[in-house]
Design a protein. Structure first.
Length: 477
């Protein structure tokens, strides 16, 4: 009898194990590259590829060195799946980004707190406000269930818009070759930090070629369901040969983080850039609604948070012709001052991802910021091992700055601007898990771009063109 019970227990354990699985996986991308008109690379960034012009800096020159995550985001994760029977399954994902040359989790907000001193000596050009901020599982932490009715997940996840852009970008949102990759503001529908939503729910449904997704970011505040919330939806028709998809997304009180270490730094509604508080800086801050321009109480680095309400509509498609896949897309983003500015105060947000907040900005947009991003490109399978890709991107931004910026010749955001980017990439796969690549990207700016003050006719400065070249290796496990 005892032997029978032991055998039955072993059988039950084996059966339970057969119905569930846990898998560890990852992708490692590391390369070597060079960028002209750049500043020092940022060890806290998810990618050391400096694709943005180093505006207004006398120290901007060529940077050559190691570059992680050029074509594929380096990451590792754990996935689990359990078959509950009746077509129902439970699954989870815990996924973390990697900065391979430094062996760290990327932490863009630490970079922001140190300061993006693009006009100072020895400046660092950071990766800006991104959604990878040093969390243990910064790329995804989700738990969900699935069945014939679809898939429902909850936790921290990419937005519906980010999922769509990743599938329809010819350069697959590679950091060294695609603005849709190195600037997460497109997946975040306005602000890069919103490319992934905390406290969110996502529903995916597929019925033959018809696909649909819904995303909701919960607020968790006493001010009501709308404060700090987000809502997104995507619908499409996808087959092996072709596909088209449309997505809309709206975020209330979206957050963008900049340097808040004393004085008002060059954010959306100030022109001062010193790191020590002064009477003039204080006056400039006060004139633009910033009442505090200090370090935190212990004098430690802090961040400033700009709040806005954002919305976006995105349309993209693809079509396969023999060995070639053509992809194209268009996105329209509107960013405006938050409807409930009283909610977006430093008292309500004393810290962001562990970084103390020195002050918040709620009047950055005198006019609605309107961004239009268009792209087209193709992937060509030249041989079973060799894939060639190329793409063109164009971004245009309207004038949306404040009267203070105009009066002080602060070029950023007070004039219309545009950027054109051309990228090419070659991938050669030795095996299904290992490949090597070579990339080249060139960008050209007309008028001041939104991230710097150059291009202002009053100063006579010109936004430099950027050329990025890289080569490296990718291994998946």
């Amino acid at each position: 009898m005892k032997k029978t019970l032991v055998a039955l227990a072993a059988l039950a354990a084996t059966s339970a194990f057969a119905q569930s699985s846990v898998t560890m996986y990852g992708t490692l991308d590391v390369g070597f590259g060079t960028v002209n008109n750049a500043l020092n690379s940022d060890p806290n960034a998810g990618s050391a590829v400096l694709n943005l012009p180093a505006t207004g800096s006398a120290n901007a020159k060529r940077v050559t060195g190691m570059m992680p995550s050029n074509t594929t985001a380096s990451k590792w994760g754990i996935k689990g799946l359990e078959d509950m029977g009746g077509g129902m399954k439970t699954m989870f994902t815990l996924e973390s980004a990697l900065n391979l040359p430094y062996g760290t989790n990327p932490n863009g907000r630490l970079s922001d707190s140190i300061g993006n001193t693009s006009s100072g000596s020895g400046g660092i050009q950071t990766n800006g406000e991104g959604s990878l901020q040093g969390q243990m599982f910064d790329r995804e932490a989700s738990l969900g269930v699935s069945g014939a009715w679809g898939e429902l997940k909850a936790g921290r996840m990419t937005t519906v818009t980010a999922d769509m852009i990743g599938a329809y970008d010819p350069m697959r949102v590679g950091y060294s070759v695609s603005p849709l990759g190195f600037n997460g503001g497109y997946g975040g529908a306005g602000f890069t930090g919103e490319g992934r939503w905390d406290n969110s729910i996502k529903y995916n449904f597929t019925n033959g070629p018809l696909v649909a997704s819904l995303g909701y970011k919960t607020a968790g505040t006493t001010n009501g369901l709308s404060q700090g919330s987000g809502l997104a939806a995507a619908f499409g028709y996808e087959t092996e040969q072709s596909g088209v998809k449309f997505a809309v997304q709206k975020t209330n009180d979206a957050m963008s983080v900049t340097n808040g270490v004393g004085g008002c730094t060059p954010t959306a509604n100030t022109a001062a850039s010193g790191t020590a508080a002064s009477a003039a800086t204080t006056a400039a801050c006060a004139a633009n609604g910033v009442t505090s321009n200090t370090f935190n109480s212990q004098g430690s680095p802090a961040v400033a948070v700009t709040f806005a309400d954002t919305s976006a509509a995105t349309l993209a498609g693809r079509y396969n012709i023999d060995k070639t896949t053509i992809k194209a897309g268009y996105q329209y983003i509107v960013t405006k001052n938050p409807a409930n500015a009283a909610y977006d105060s430093a008292s309500n947000f004393p810290s962001v991802t562990g970084m103390p907040v020195s002050y918040t900005v709620t009047n950055a947009f005198a006019n609605q910021r309107q961004q239009k991003m268009m792209w087209i490109g193709a992937n060509y399978q030249a041989s079973p091992a060799l894939e060639l890709s190329g793409a063109l991107y164009r971004l245009s931004t309207n004038a949306y700055g404040t009267a203070y910026q105009v009066a002080n010749n602060y070029g950023t955001m007070t004039d219309t601007s545009s950027e054109k980017i051309a990228s090419v990439m070659a991938n050669y796969s030795f095996t299904k898990r290992t490949k090597v690549y070579a990339t080249a990207m060139a960008s050209k700016v007309a008028g001041p771009a939104w991230w710097g003050t150059s291009g202002n006719a009053a100063t006579g400065t010109v936004m430099p063109n950027v050329r990025t070249f890289s080569t490296g290796i990718v291994h998946s496990f």
